[in-house]
Design a protein around this ligand. Structure first.
Ligand code: FAD
Length: 397
């Protein structure tokens, strides 16, 4: 059998999983190469706590290089400018072209801060360590000069869970700082109803969220479109103005520039349309996983909502993609699993409580779907964070 070179672009949930899983499957028979613009794995779920000083960078990141080295995986650190599927190359800015026989793209999202005026300048974000750090500085300023707060997920956003978690964690922090009376809290969302999450809802999460909104005096603006964000608040397209001294908005995602710079690879938003084997329909030696992949919303909404490609399905897509690469090399049949039919595991933290969200399918119809609310969900999220990071940090051979 000819020796193959399999390149993985990105080194977070999709890329890191794909690299380790693939190496496990191919051993010394083929070469596994990871190309990414960072050598740090970032555990995004903990960014809901970072702005409140509850986590530091070292708590939620780790260096992937020693782990790859111990597995015999080559790691190339560099910014990918574009892919060149006709010549089977990943074109990096600093390291030049990297050739491949097979490619797995796990480059995640580009966060679009520029489609709503003022979003970049006047709203905070938690999508990434840098933005979360700026949010931490903003929170400190806010504590010294409190007032109304707006948290939201803008039109086209997909990462609704993070917006809810940050909303409820902000509520908890306001209460801890004795600021609840001085800081009315508004949640602005593209979703048509509470806890729609971009997936058409989940079990009785809507009722529970509505109860929490009422109990914690959170004002909700549903099916809302943000017109602009200014230093003093959020302007909605229907003319309403929501004053705010601290605004955190989750924007829409696009595919990264490297994907968008590659003709024929992705749709206009930069998401890669793959089949249920995670293989590209045209470039058959290219596979994709995670946020880089296009997933069709389960139904229309008055204001556009994206589908959240969370950690669990991201890792499942990555595992399937590399299994199918191995199947292709060996001439075996591919395995397929639709995104919507993957199991759904999530924990939504609310500061000192939370909801465990478990279902047999990401998208309905589901046979089993459970929401388990209570303080144990908060502790489960903390335990999961420790478990996840410990196992990934210690994935040495
Ligand atoms: C605040 C927040 C909270 C979240 N909470 C949860 C949660 O509780 N549970 C859950 O399941 N999911 C959660 N998610 C979603 C989860 O983070 C994503 O599912 C996951 O990050 C997707 O993984 P990915 O590998 O596809 O993309 P990413 O994690 O974004 O990784 C992309 C990788 O590609 C690299 N890359 C990108 N562009 C280039 C380039 N041009 N050149 C080289 N390398 C590049 C990046 O450096 C990175 O290594 C949360 C997300 C956020 C933002």
């Amino acid at each position: 059998m000819n020796r193959k070179r399999i390149v993985i672009a990105g080194t977070n949930f999709a890329g890191y999983t794909a690299a380790l899983e693939l190496k496990e499957l191919v051993g010394e028979n083929h070469d596994v190469v990871v190309v990414a613009n960072t050598h740090k794995f970032l555990f995004f779920p903990s960014l809901i706590w970072y702005p409140f000083g509850l986590r530091e960078e070292k708590d939620i990141t780790f260096d992937v290089r020693p782990i790859y080295e111990s597995h015999g995986i080559q790691f190339i650190e560099g910014e990918i400018d574009r892919f060149d599927p006709p010549t089977n190359q990943v074109v990096t800015r600093e390291q030049g072209p990297v050739g491949y026989d097979y490619l797995v793209i796990g480059t995640g999202p580009k966060v679009d801060y520029d489609y709503i005026p003022g979003l970049r300048e006047h709203a905070y974000s938690i999508v990434g360590l840098g933005p979360a750090h700026r949010t931490r500085e903003g929170w400190q300023k806010f504590l010294a000069d409190p007032g109304p707060v707006v948290i939201g997920a803008a039109q086209g956003a997909a990462c609704f869970g993070a917006a809810y978690e940050f909303l409820f964690n902000t509520r908890y922090q306001l209460a801890k700082n004795d600021l609840a009376d001085q800081a009315p809290l508004t949640y602005v969302t593209a979703e048509p109803f509470a806890a729609h999450f971009g997936i058409g809802g989940f079990g009785n999460a809507q009722k529970m969220c509505e109860w929490m909104f009422k109990h914690y005096h959170i004002h909700a603006r549903l099916s809302a479109e943000i017109d602009s964000v200014t230093a003093d608040g959020v302007h909605l397209k229907d003319g309403e103005f929501l004053p705010s001294k601290f605004t955190m908005i989750v924007p829409r995602f696009l595919g990264v520039d490297a994907v968008r710079n590659t003709p024929g690879l992705a749709n206009p938003a930069g998401f890669i349309e793959v089949d249920d084997t995670y293989q590209h329909p045209v470039f058959r030696n290219v596979f994709a996983a995670g946020v880089a992949v296009h997933v069709r919303p389960p139904g229309p909404t008055a204001v556009p909502c994206g589908v959240p490609k969370t950690g669990w399905p991201t890792e499942q897509m990555a595992k399937l993609a590399v299994k199918n690469i191995v199947a292709d090399i060996k001439g075996l049949p591919f395995k397929a699993e639709k995104f919507g039919e993957m199991a759904s595991y999530c924990i939504m933290d609310t500061g000192n409580m939370g909801m465990m969200i478990v279902g047999d399918h990401m998208l309905s119809p589901r046979e089993h779907e459970f929401i388990i609310p209570g303080p144990e969900a908060h502790w489960a999220k903390l335990a999961f964070e420790k478990y996840f990071l410990w196992t990934r940090r210690h994935a040495h051979v």
